[in-house]
Write a protein that binds this ligand. Structure first.
Ligand SMILES: CCCN1C[C@@H](O)[C@H](O)[C@@H](C(=O)O)C1
Length: 599
């Protein structure tokens, strides 16, 4: 678990320099990098862009599909004025694991390819000189790691990723690398909770610092006017006549913390926050005590060339597409996204269900992709897996807890909850995570079609339900879709007749669709069929008042492993991979822009 995950800033006490650009890169299939001294750099490097996944740059399959150890290295200068500061390297995401060396000295390791980590390099750097950072990385998949899978060794000795999940195992330094200089005594975390009404909002704050010193706090509106102040490492900021953060009508205040030691400021940290509350009440999702109906998508961080790397250009386009179509939410399927995505959503007034990369914890997914023939939670890998799982839940919540856009936490995607062995795992997971979020936002996980109301053993845990349902595609498809609708209605009737009164959000449903394929009457893979399927689901959603959200799969087409069920990736996108609309986009736009927010 990381001590602090505050997003890097530059101010009068702190400096943030991005080390993005071309790094030296080399595969290490023999796993001899350390022995060969690659910790201080290596010969014949490939010049590799950072941030980026390495896979799609290559023209040969061995390189694209490479699984195992690989190295990055980069020279960087540390100016003398950083002397006396804590000097750090912050990696936005190193997928899936990394060991960091600076000037040949091993600094630290990190497991988990979708969350940031910081290496303190103060004792390893040479001030006023050039230094070198080297990372030994590895992208193998294992049943006791997130995301779950296997790594096979082919007869030719080459390793191959065998994901238990349906997205490509893009690997590398997928997010920015920052050189940071912060005061040795510094603010390393803060949290906020809220109470709001029409004429007043109260921000309950708390600050974590390396020293027990005084703290001054101020809150400024978008015009820079200070609207509230306080002192102390915890306290309240009371705002009269506040402008609340609303869905699709965002307003951001700037909170500023100053660490005061010996009567003078020694550190400062500012951030944008939104005054709003999140509640689940009966089968309603409430923002600022008003019911919200979610419309949006499951997404992926995925684009051509850079793979899973965060790309500000793609994010700007995706946010505009979601605005155009009338979306107000998305799930960060199936892993926490780059921090800049949450900042975008904070400003756009979009709600995020933030998901940890606990994906592939299911035999069906594995068999779909060629894997297990037992309940996942009967495996002998569960204890080791849980340690990594809860560690990444802790870091996801620590990193993202102060974003107004974060609505809820998804602690797993489609785990195998139809067996008793899942119950102790989820009991522990929900117990260990219940106090991690100061705002106590709802926690959930997505339920696969095998995990129905009657079959799942874990319905007691989620605060609301995320249903992934594929009638019309994976079963009862084509002309049989009417039976698919009947089955869906039968399941929802069971929920309706039960004593459960929690919201249901459909977090996945959809049809693979080849853009430009038209057929009258429809046929599967045609644009017409994708609309027919969406229309069927919409008819069902409109029949049950406890359905409080619709998030079809997926916003855009995305890359997966190759296979006889994928045509160069998953084509369930409402938009193509290059972010152009299929006919379904216009269908959804018409529906979503006509729905009131609290539909
Ligand atoms: C059946 C598993 C649920 N869901 C997971 C998602 O990651 C896949 O892309 C999607 C699909 O197969 O299109 C199915």
């Amino acid at each position: 678990m990381e001590k602090g995950l505050l997003y890097p800033v530059t101010n009068k006490f702190r400096e943030d320099q991005k080390l993005d650009g071309l790094w030296d890169f080399k595969f290490d299939p023999a796993e001899q990098g350390e022995a060969k001294g690659w910790t201080t750099g290596f010969d014949d490097p490939i010049k590799m862009p950072v941030p980026a996944s390495f896979n799609d740059f290559f023209t040969d399959k061995d390189s694209r599909e490479y699984t195992g150890d690989f190295w990055y290295a980069k020279k960087f200068f540390v100016p003398t004025y950083m002397d006396g500061k804590a000097i750090q390297l912050r990696f936005g995401a190193a997928t899936h694991r990394a060991t960091v060396y600076v000037n040949g000295k091993e600094i630290r390791s990190h497991e988990g390819g979708f969350l940031p980590f910081t290496a303190d390099i103060s004792d390893a750097v040479k001030l006023g000189k050039e230094n070198i950072v080297a990372l030994k990385m590895n992208n193998e998949l294992h049943r006791d790691a997130l995301p779950a899978g296997d790594t096979a060794t082919l007869k030719n000795g080459k390793k191959m990723a065998k994901p238990f999940f349906d997205f490509y195992n893009y690997s590398g330094l997928n997010r920015s690398v920052h050189l940071l200089a912060v005061p040795k005594e510094n603010i390393y975390d803060y949290s906020t909770t809220y109470e709001v009404s029409d004429d007043q909002a109260t921000v309950h704050y708390s600050v974590e610092a390396t020293k027990d010193a005084d703290v001054k706090v101020s809150l400024a509106d978008e015009d820079g006017n200070v609207v509230a102040t306080s002192e102390g490492k915890s306290g309240d900021l009371v705002v009269k006549n506040p402008t609340l953060w609303q869905v699709r009508d965002a307003y951001l205040y700037t909170i500023k913390f100053e660490l005061i030691d010996g009567g003078k400021a020694v550190d400062e940290y500012s951030d944008e926050i939104g005054l709003r509350t999140i509640e689940i009440k009966g089968h309603e999702i409430l923002v600022n005590h008003k019911s919200v109906y979610l419309r949006g998508f499951g997404r992926h961080e995925d684009s051509i060339y850079a793979g899973r790397a965060f790309d500000l250009n793609v994010e700007r386009r995706d946010m505009n597409l979601m605005d155009w179509i009338g979306a107000n939410s998305f799930r960060s399927s199936h892993y926490p996204y780059d921090e800049q995505v949450y900042k975008f959503a904070d400003r756009e007034g979009i709600l995020i269900t933030d998901e940890v990369p606990a994906v592939g914890f299911k035999m069906a997914a594995a068999s779909f992709l060629g894997g297990l023939d037992q309940s996942f939670f009967d495996g002998d890998w569960i204890d080791e897996l849980y340690k990594k799982h809860i560690d990444q839940v802790r870091d996801m919540i620590k990193r993202d807890k102060n974003h107004p856009s974060v609505l809820a936490w998804s602690l797993c995607n489609e785990p195998d909850t139809s067996t008793d062995s899942a119950v102790p795992y989820f009991t522990k997971l929900f117990n260990d995570s219940k106090d991690l979020d100061p705002e106590k936002r709802p926690r959930t996980f997505t339920l696969n079609e095998d995990d129905t109301f009657e079959k799942s053993k874990c319905l007691q845990f989620p605060d609301f339900y995320l249903l992934n349902r594929y009638p019309g595609w994976y079963h009862k498809w084509g002309y049989e879709i009417s039976d698919g609708e009947a089955g869906l209605r039968a399941e929802l009737d069971e929920w309706k007749n039960s004593d459960i009164d929690k919201p249901i959000v459909f977090s996945e449903y959809g049809a693979d669709t080849e853009p430009g394929l038209h057929k009258l009457p429809s046929i599967m893979w045609s644009e017409e069929y994708q609309i027919e399927l969406l229309d069927m689901f919409d008819r069902v959603f409109d029949s049950y008042d406890f359905v409080r959200g619709e998030q079809p799969w997926n916003l855009a087409d995305f890359q997966t492993v190759e296979g006889n069920m994928r045509v160069n990736g998953n084509k369930k996108g409402i938009f193509t991979r290059d972010r152009q609309p299929k006919a379904a986009a216009f269908f959804l736009k018409k529906r979503w822009t006509s729905l009131p927010l609290d539909y």
